[in-house]
Design a protein around this ligand. Structure first.
Ligand code: A2P
Length: 274
């Protein structure tokens, strides 16, 4: 199997460009799903404190028999834990549940300004300490807009994980992050399934002899995005990784780019009240 490409991050580390998303995977299902993914060849697992499945992910990592340095693991700090003491308890709790002594990437999950004001700024200070202490190799953010990035002190986040899929392409934010040297990770890369029924993507899929999901995942990879598809279905888990032996040509990419319709499927960071 062709290796998953890696992207170089601004802090000198690198990240596998295709990872396994675990949002909405219950803890009990996370172990078989992540084991299936690791057996299929995924080497990048994305979870979060609030997904309540870190223990299930940890069991799969342990059972896989893979060495720590063979798997890239991301988790995220929840909104109610932005104060430095709470953030420290949170990363320690996440590490314990995952059964790890360090993360590869730790993210602030949301700026959460409506509920917690500017607390995310202090959280960013704390994440820089955690990195200096070796609790995580890299630090970044999720669901941040320019105004939130501007407010941070010290290091620049190496990634921003945001909702991106063909019908919600986030072009202005992606261009802005590119200017800042911040890599983009796509959550809900299939639009939580919403983009899978799109007739134009189906037409491209038929023309290249791949599935709609595979075409969408290629679109992310060819745009230089880190893509984190989620599935609990073994056949789909394998299918979503089997995207390294074909390329979309410029016409196919343009056809997918033309589908951008502001079709947000998840919460908007500006109005999120949790
Ligand atoms: P399931 O987990 O039941 O297999 P996203 O990654 O954008 O959040 O999308 C996840 C949704 O898309 C889930 O409902 C998942 O279903 C479904 N899904 C993931 N991969 C595929 C695929 N290859 N074909 C069809 N549906 C898929």
């Amino acid at each position: 199997m062709t290796a998953v490409p890696t992207l170089h991050l601004a802090d000198g580390t690198s990240i596998p460009q295709l990872g396994f998303g675990t949002w909405q995977v219950p803890d009990a299902d996370a172990t078989p799903a992540v084991l299936e993914a690791l057996e299929a060849g995924y080497r990048h697992i994305d979870t979060a404190q609030v997904y309540r499945n870190e223990a299930g992910v940890g069991r799969a990592l342990a059972r896989s028999g893979l060495r720590r340095d063979e798997v890239y693991v991301t988790t995220k700090l929840w909104n109610d834990s932005h104060s430095p003491d709470d953030a420290r308890a949170a990363i320690e709790g996440s590490l314990e549940k995952l059964g790890l002594d360090h993360l590869d990437l730790y993210l602030i999950h949301w700026p959460a300004t409506l509920k917690y004001g500017d607390a995310y700024i202090e959280a960013w200070d704390a994440l820089q300490e955690f990195k200096a202490e070796g609790l995580t190799r890299s630090i970044g953010v999720s669901n941040f807009h320019s105004v939130h990035l501007d407010a941070l002190r010290g290091e620049v986040p190496v990634v921003n994980q945001v909702e991106v899929h063909p019908t919600f392409a986030q072009r202005p934010l992606r261009a802005e992050l590119d200017r800042r040297g911040i890599e983009v990770e796509s959550w809900s890369p299939l639009g939580s399934g919403a983009d899978l029924g799109h007739a134009d993507i189906e037409a491209v899929a038929v023309s290249v002899g791949k599935s709609v999901a595979q075409v969408i995942i290629r679109w992310h990879l060819q745009h230089g995005l880190v893509v984190l598809p989620k599935s609990v279905t073994p056949q789909r888990i394998a299918e979503n990784l089997d995207v390294l032996d074909f390329e979309l040509d410029a016409d196919d990419m343009a056809r997918l780019d033309a589908l951008d319709a502001g079709n947000r499927v998840g919460p908007d960071p500006e109005t999120a009240d949790f």
